[in-house]
Design a protein around this ligand. Structure first.
Ligand SMILES: [Zn+2]
Length: 66
């Protein structure tokens, strides 16, 4: 049964994409995580634009916490 919803927590560790970065987040959806990661990428890594490639590498490293 397809299960869509926000009851799973998602987690992302920046260090999975940017070696050495200790930042990590949890949120209830990929979109929320991407907002947090995008703000961090800009503030901490000088990334001005969240490109589709960046979104792709982030989403591939998002883990679902059950
Ligand atoms: Zn980072």
């Amino acid at each position: 049964m397809a299960h869509e919803g926000d009851e799973f927590m998602k987690a992302f560790a920046c260090g999975d994409v940017v070696p050495g970065c200790a930042a990590s987040w949890t949120a209830t959806s990929d979109d929320d995580l991407l907002v947090l990661v995008g703000a961090h990428a800009h503030a901490a890594h000088g990334i001005e634009e969240v490109t589709p490639e960046l979104v792709d590498s982030v989403t591939r490293h998002i883990v679902a916490l059950s």
